[in-house]
Write a protein that binds this ligand. Structure first.
Ligand SMILES: [Zn+2]
Length: 331
């Protein structure tokens, strides 16, 4: 790691005529930190293996310092089910190597990276060394929002309802492949919902609103995620599983979807959908609808960042607990 990676920025010191732009995103300087941490492509790879680059930069400052930390003190820590720090290092090294390999294919063969194939490769390569690494990573997927592919946007939707007040809210959030928020929306609904099936009705309305928005924005590839399993099942299958009074909403959604070029409706765990849930609650509690583009109010931006940071804390916390346990058994 002694500055030996031949990035364009480095090569230009010896060969000034070299183009120093990043071959993957055209950023004006392909430095090590850019290529491995700041480049949107690298960020999307790290995000997929549960690493939040923002946190890494805050803690380590540079890619070099981060890599050094992989190998300093405690490489034999075990956590999860007998997973060692070394196992996690294998995953990190394979991911970094994949980013470099993808960059070289672009530079030398003009082949655009295929993120899905690269992630598959990372999985296979780290699996062949350590079968259990994915056992640590997998439970995190349930509580973690997973970004879409790089040519796709993802909508997360949710609803909130309070029986006592008969007030409800709907929340939408749109994000891209790096996890950047493109926009959020909250709709306040003051009563008038169908008695006993309010939550389902609001969830249907949330999805209808999201699809409507995607059509208006003329989006090409969209994924819609909700934790309402019956709703998603009703969209994906010919039969409808929602209450009969909500079935017209399902038909409306299916009609709207037919004008999109590519779409998928996916049901996710609650925790992976928590930002949409918070937006729905916010609209209900504040008794006001709202809508923001990428310039988010500070309060909402904080939720989104906190969520990413939380995933990493879980990993660090698990490592710490097992290190502690080991010390106790050693004494
Ligand atoms: Zn780049």
């Amino acid at each position: 790691m002694k500055d030996i990676i031949p990035t364009r920025d480095k090569l230009s010191r010896y060969k000034p005529e070299i183009d120093v732009h990043c071959s993957l995103c055209n950023y004006p300087a392909e430095t090590i930190d850019h290529l491995f941490l700041k480049c949107p492509y690298a960020r999307s790879i790290w995000l997929a293996v549960n690493i939040n680059v923002g946190t890494i930069l805050t803690h380590h400052g540079s890619f070099r310092n981060w890599v050094i930390s992989w190998f300093s003190a405690g490489t034999n820590i075990t956590f999860g089910s007998n997973i060692t720090r070394q196992d996690i290092n294998n995953l990190l090294m394979v991911a970094a190597w994949t980013i470099w390999k993808d960059r070289c294919s672009k530079v030398f063969q003009n082949i655009n990276p295929n993120r899905l194939m690269s992630l598959d490769n990372i999985n296979n390569l780290s699996n062949s060394n350590v079968q259990q690494v994915t056992n640590v990573i997998r439970p995190l997927q349930d509580i973690k929002w997973v970004p879409p592919d790089n040519d796709c946007l993802k909508f997360n939707i949710d609803a909130s309802f309070k029986k006592e007040t008969l007030q409800g809210g709907v929340g939408l959030i749109v994000r891209d492949f790096v996890g950047t928020c493109i926009g959020v929306k909250g709709i306040y609904i003051d009563g008038g919902m169908k008695d006993g099936i309010e939550v389902e009705e609001l969830e249907c309305k949330a999805l209808k609103d999201a699809v409507n928005l995607a059509v208006k924005m003329k989006l090409k590839k969209v994924i819609f995620e909700s934790d309402g399993e019956t709703l998603i099942k009703s969209i994906n299958e010919p039969d409808s599983y929602v209450h009969w009074m909500n079935q017209t909403l399902i038909l409306d959604i299916k009609f709207l979807l037919s004008s999109l070029e590519y779409w998928r409706c996916v049901s996710v765990r609650r925790k992976a959908n928590c930002n949409a849930d918070k937006l729905a609650k916010r609209a209900r509690v504040m008794r006001a609808s709202f809508s923001h583009g990428s310039d988010l109010p500070h309060e909402i931006q904080v939720w989104i960042d906190q969520r990413l940071f939380y995933n990493e804390l879980i990993l660090i916390n698990r490592m710490f607990l097992h290190q502690k346990k080991k010390k106790i058994t050693q004494n």
